[in-house]
Design a protein around this ligand. Structure first.
Ligand code: UDP
Length: 243
């Protein structure tokens, strides 16, 4: 198919400004069986995260006597994309699971839980580009919902280059037809961005563009971070009222 024009009259195909996120909804504690959970919508992405643990790791030979083992499974439901996906892990989801696991390795206080496992499950129910970022954002809230000690909140977003222009939080068409796509995650501590915990890119950008991408992403994640924090606050406030 011919590449459509992605920017028309200075606006994106869905009417957004270049630095505008898609609408976001976040709800913590949506699954009763999990220790922690979160549901997130970022534009048309719909993603659930469930956290189990810390719990004793079996088989025992996989245990680490000095810290908890973190496991992260990113999975796309067969019905999450237009063309039915074959169920089960593929190269892409294995890679996303690996890099996302590394994000949380750096954030969870895993030394507090020797010989344990902390399992993070991310199920993409509907995908529209940016699903790994949505998964990370949901997982971060679910971990806090589970009461697992963390160094801060992890917040993720992608930035793309489309028709020569840098745009925040690309949707499917922008991801697909754009010149570059760069998902990034930050650790935010006490309301301040502390470090980058994930940075991937496909396509091509100049050094100067990369700098601008990071600035654009920082603006985006601070907005998402406030919504993550609100979701956590709402959960704990309700509990207090009920008590
Ligand atoms: N996608 C798809 N089928 C696949 C994998 C991806 O239709 O098997 C779509 C889906 O909408 C996804 C988008 O392509 O969100 C972009 O995928 P990418 O690998 O860039 O990951 P994401 O942006 O979702 O983190």
């Amino acid at each position: 198919m011919l590449k459509p024009k992605l920017i028309v009259d200075g606006k994106r195909l869905d009417g957004r400004a270049f630095d505008e996120l898609r609408p976001i909804k976040i709800e913590a504690d949506v699954l009763k069986r999990a220790d922690g959970s979160c549901y997130i919508e970022m534009g048309k992405n719909k993603v659930l995260a469930a956290v189990y643990g810390p719990r004793e790791l079996h088989p025992r030979h996989l245990q680490d006597p000095s810290k908890a083992i973190i496991r992260y499974r990113y999975n796309m439901a067969a019905f999450s994309v237009e063309e039915r996906r074959r169920p089960g892990p593929d190269r892409r989801s294995i890679e996303i699971s690996k890099v996302s696991k590394e994000v949380f390795e750096a954030v969870i206080m895993k030394e507090l839980f020797p010989r344990s496992a902390i399992d993070i499950f991310v199920e993409v129910l509907q995908a529209d580009a940016g699903s790994r970022a949505a998964g990370i954002n949901a997982a971060s809230v679910a971990l806090i919902d589970a009461g697992i000690p963390v160094k801060g909140i992890v917040t993720s977003v992608a930035v793309a280059k489309v028709d020569g222009q840098l745009v925040l939080d690309p949707m499917k068409e922008e991801d697909y037809y754009g010149e570059a796509d760069l998902p990034i995650a930050f650790l935010i501590r006490n309301g301040k961005i502390e470090s980058i915990t994930l940075l991937q890119m496909d396509g091509r950008m100049t050094k100067d563009e990369i700098k601008r991408v990071i600035e654009l992403a920082k603006k985006g994640v601070m907005e998402i971070y406030r919504l993550q924090r609100d979701a956590i606050m709402r959960k704990f406030m309700v509990e207090e009222d009920e008590g």
